[in-house]
Structure formats: structure tokens, C-alpha cells
Ligand binder design. Structure first.
Ligand code: ADP
Ligand code: MG
Length: 211
């Protein structure tokens, strides 16, 4: 499903970041561990096609990402990948519902109101559908970000430090929520974190070394 070999990436200013080889099979959950600055976000952005021009090999479903055109990559991402960013990237001016509608809209898929209902209910957010993002607690906003990421039933979910700003109780909640939503559609789940609390939650782990 995901295969990384001999991968390295260089920002315009900076040293090349070298990543370890690993594979994640379909439906598997995997932790991407490493200190701050070790390249976790960079790797997720490469895997999601948000950063390009890497050297080495980066394959999703036997497709070498570098071989996709920008337009096919956008489509591929929208239809196959759910991204939960380090900062939740919700649009504050819009309601919860409108934020969720962005996911199918940007992927060129049909917007299904029932699917929005289903996902919001599943995450305990049904009453927040018409609320603006600014009216939510941090934990609720985090769940909306998860809802948006899973709305299109992606085959892969990437989460970047989903628990680092949360207390123990919400940390526990969010990681189980992510694993549950991934299991519902046999999605592959890759969670990047330096949060030691997650180490016992997912046994399959890839460790990035510090530079
Ligand atoms: P992590 O997510 O593990 O904290 P990052 O992927 O954010 O690590 O960063 C890896 C390295 O790349 C760091 O040294 C960081 O300073 C550098 N880096 C990250 N983003 C950029 C950027 N946009 N331009 C230049 N260097 C960057
Ligand atoms: Mg990061």
C-alpha cells in the first residue's frame, strides 16, 4: 500500500533529510516517531503529494507519486487520502457543515448530506452541525478535523501530531477515535507524533532519526 525506499528530500535552504525504508500494508496502523525537526511533517506531506521533487522511491498502491502530474496528484489525494494537519486547517468563518462539505467539493465528488450526518453523529458532533468553528472547544474542533478527513472514506488517513495539544483523557479519546474510523473502512492509518503516550497504542512503528 505505502512503500518508501531510499527516500530523501531537500528544502531549498537546508540539508537533505534521509528517511528510513518502510512499508505499510493495506488497513494497517503505523506510528511515525521522531523528535521535533526529524522530518515527520515533511514525510507526511511527501506521502500526501503536498511536497514534490523527492529523490528515491515513494509509492502508494504501486504508483510512484513523482510520476503523477500535478492535476492527477490533486485528484488522487482528494479521493484516497484523508489528512489531519498539525494545525487543524478548518475555516473559522464557516460552519462545521460547510467545512465538511469542502472535502467532497475539493475532490470533485458528490456532496451527500446523509454522509455528513453519519460522520458527525459517529463523532458526537451532530448538534454542532450549524455551529461556527470559532464556537467549538479545542477538542470539538479536533473531531471536526477528523470528520472532514474521513468524510470521503479515504483508503489512507494521515494524522500529524493529532494529540500533542491534548490532555491525557482527550489524547486517549482521539487516538481510539482515529483507529476506530480507520477500521470502519479498513483505511491505512499513519500517525506522526513525538507524543510518548501513543507508543503503546500502535505496535507497528517507524522511527525517524534526528539530523
Ligand atoms: P517534524 O515534523 O518531525 O518536527 P519537519 O518535517 O517539520 O519535522 O522538519 C524537518 C526539517 O526540515 C527541520 O530541520 C525543519 O527546520 C526543516 N523544514 C521544515 N519545513 C521547512 C521549510 N518549509 N523550509 C525549509 N526547511 C524546512
Ligand atoms: Mg511536524
Amino acid at each position: 500500500m505505502i512503500s518508501v525506499q531510499n527516500l530523501s528530500f531537500q528544502y531549498a535552504a537546508g540539508n537533505a533529510i534521509q528517511f528510513p525504508d518502510f512499508t505499510v500494508t493495506r488497513g494497517e496502523h503505523c506510528l511515525l516517531l521522531g523528535e521535533s525537526g526529524s522530518g515527520k511533517t515533511t514525510l507526511l506531506h511527501l506521502l500526501g503529494g503536498l511536497l514534490r521533487h523527492y529523490s528515491g522511491s515513494l509509492k502508494i498502491e504501486d504508483t510512484e507519486l513523482a510520476q503523477l502530474s500535478e492535476a492527477s496528484l490533486d485528484r488522487f489525494r482528494g479521493q484516497n487520502i484523508g489528512f489531519i494537519f498539525q494545525r487543524n486547517h478548518l475555516i473559522n468563518a464557516l460552519t462545521v457543515e460547510k467545512n465538511l462539505m469542502m472535502a467532497p467539493y475539493l475532490a470533485g465528488l458528490k456532496i451527500e448530506s446523509e454522509r455528513i450526518t453519519e460522520v458527525l453523529s459517529g463523532l458526537g458532533l451532530a448538534e454542532k452541525r450549524k455551529s461556527r468553528v470559532t464556537q467549538l472547544s479545542h477538542g470539538q474542533a479536533q473531531r471536526v478535523a477528523i470528520a472532514r478527513a474521513v468524510l470521503n472514506k479515504p483508503s489512507i488517513i494521515f494524522a500529524d501530531e493529532p494529540t500533542s495539544a491534548l490532555d491525557d483523557k482527550n489524547c486517549e479519546r482521539v487516538i481510539h477515535l482515529l483507529m476506530d474510523v480507520a477500521n470502519q473502512h479498513q483505511s491505512t492509518l499513519l500517525v506522526a507524533t513525538h507524543d510518548q503516550r501513543l507508543k503503546d497504542k500502535i505496535s507497528n512503528q517507524v522511527r525517524l532519526s534526528s539530523l
